[in-house]
Write a new protein. Structure first.
Lengths: 351, 351
DNA sequence: TTGAAAGCGATACCAC
DNA sequence: GTGGTATCGCTTTCAA
């Protein structure tokens, strides 16, 4: 069924016509075309057959009046807004940019709008944003929030929710990247290059994402019969560039030797690299570095960062499609509801 | 006047209560509290005095029913959605990230929602997105679109518009960064360091932003009695990293000598730096580089990029405040409607 | 194939 | 202070 969501304006004009800035309504169109409001609605929604003659009369009126349907009124009646909400943990985290781009783009194709909320690492703000989104009557939610909100039960929001890469309640679907695998990939690469021992810069182990990456590191060391040395790991509070920088300084202070370094996200890796360069280490000759995420600048960096890639665009697109299909009550097989994406090691210049 | 936009849920719960997933309405609350719907409305909006006793009865009912007002209905009635639209030219352009963050954050403070649209460099998409936003009845728009859409008259959208850094119609306000000044700053810095001649990598001179930066470059050369040499300038199509890279290759092919390079945006500068490094030029010893924008990674880069800063967070915040004040019909002096922000040269490691 | 009219869930005017 | 009710602009059932 074709649903006309947006009525074309003549000549690409996007303007109001009524002088007093009042909106043209469906009634105005009906009057002008000499038909009833319902008929206009039928024509515009394409939900009922209407005689060709009346149709064109109506289109005519729509054009000359430059009519644009009021989606608020439609929403009230149909109880659906054609809008999805997106909650990200932190917009500064470049990891979300391509995801957001993909969501916006996919939503656009399906004629959905996107309302954006940033939790800025705050659980309160997360809740408060969520409340607002729900009040706006969004049709569904893509959730990539703080991941540490215990009060939050995404299954009881009353709308479909797709979660990204966090396990804060299952929701009606989730896109999950195998972080253990990613940790293994990175570690294995460094082991095979003989760059031992491997230092680890990680981030809150309370968040499963990072716990898993770290677990992949440990598991792989074990697999190769290598010791796990706590002196080689630094745990940071937020996973930022500055913390990556400080982590290396800390490592250096500890006077432990290491030939390579695995950071559980790219920002940490970049910060670490700065510290290494300042101390005149050559990358990768002296110390190899592997990051995680493949944020947009990873490949642009000097030297280009070797990293574990999470296909961000794909994640965003799949999440949006899954969400919209759920909103539309399309039958979705159980297997499709939980999409697991396999990370990939992108070898560039730092390892 | 205090406007209660969001009703607190007890214990931080965000859940539906009616088993059949039906929404609780104001009428339900009224019935439960034994009052009329209008009284409930008065209490929740705080627009009329209501006896303390009835008030608490109503709050009581709101709590136990876990009522959340339907903003769609409110919007229909009040003809305002508490939502602002944001149109950016391209989300991949990291220049917009902090702006977006600021917009989101400021909107949050004022209890506004943000609907995000990405024109992805396409004028068609820009128009079509705009149409959709207007259909959604947004209260106002922050516009930082392609800047080349001739069909677009932002003054006739029927809602307040604040434009960012483009001159596509004045709108009801604009935040303008003095790009000529920025071009001067960069050029002057290089001249005074004696890094002559200065190559220029620029981007569509049809967009005033970039035309102005280039003009600042020419003007400054003139001021110092230096020749303007066309062989030293490369004009790119989109201002991307890859184009910056290719621009340097082009410059090298032309066999013109240059000791420094001014790129009209940071992405071009970063791409240029890559090409220089690949050709074994040392930055800044052999060739100095100055960018423009101060995108988030500029200071993180290796070497850290010297660049002309546009205070992105401030731009976003001011734009949002100006917009919301306009929406609320607050009196705004003519001078405040056009905010000019002075760029600043941030000297780091590349020049 | 078309039209009349009820109603979505708020707000706000006007009575009392 | 409180309540009845028309209204916002659309969709949709039912009847013609």
């Amino acid at each position: 069924m074709v649903r006309v969501t947006s009525i074309g304006f003549p000549n690409g004009r996007i303007e109001t016509t009524k002088a007093n800035n009042e909106m043209i309504t469906l009634k105005d169109v009906a009057k002008r075309a000499g038909v009833s409001p319902s008929t206009v609605s039928y024509v515009l929604s394409g939900k009922k057959k209407v005689k060709e003659e009346t149709r064109s009369k109506i289109y005519e009126a729509v054009k000359t009046l430059n009519y644009s349907p009021n989606k608020v009124a439609r929403s009230l009646k149909t109880n659906s807004t054609n809008t999805i909400g997106v909650m990200v943990n932190n917009l500064s985290d470049m990891f979300f940019i391509d995801i957001l781009k993909a969501i916006e783009s996919t939503a656009y194709e399906y004629k959905y709008n996107v309302i954006l909320c940033d939790a800025v690492n705050s659980e309160e703000r997360e809740i408060s944003n969520l409340r607002s989104l729900l009040g706006q009557r969004i049709d569904g939610l893509i959730f990539a929030g703080t991941g540490k909100n215990k009060k939050l039960n995404l299954d009881r929001l009353g709308i479909p929710v797709v979660t990204l890469d966090r396990s804060a309640g299952s929701g009606s679907g989730s896109i999950y990247v195998d972080n253990v695998k990613g940790g293994e990939l990175a570690t294995e690469h460094l082991i095979q290059a003989g760059k031992l021992p491997i230092a680890l810069i990680t981030y809150s182990t309370l968040i499963s994402t990072f716990f898993d990456r770290m677990y992949g590191y440990r598991k792989t060391l074990e697999k190769y019969g290598l010791p796990y040395n706590e002196d080689l790991v630094v745990v940071t509070d937020f996973g930022t560039y500055n913390e990556g920088y400080n982590a290396v300084r800390e490592l250096l202070k500890r006077k432990v030797e290491f030939q390579s370094l695995f950071a559980v996200n790219d920002m940490l890796a970049l910060g670490a690299m700065r510290a290494l360069v300042e101390e005149h280490y050559k990358i990768p000759e002296d110390i190899s570095v592997v990051g995680y995420d493949d944020i947009p600048i990873a490949k642009l960096f000097l030297p280009a960062l070797t990293t574990v890639s999470q296909p961000q665009y794909q994640i965003g697109r799949k999440a949006t499609e899954l969400l919209i299909r759920t909103i539309n009550k399309e039958p979705i097989e159980e297997a499709e509801k939980s999409i697991v994406i396999t990370p990939e090691l992108i070898v560039r210049e730092t390892a």
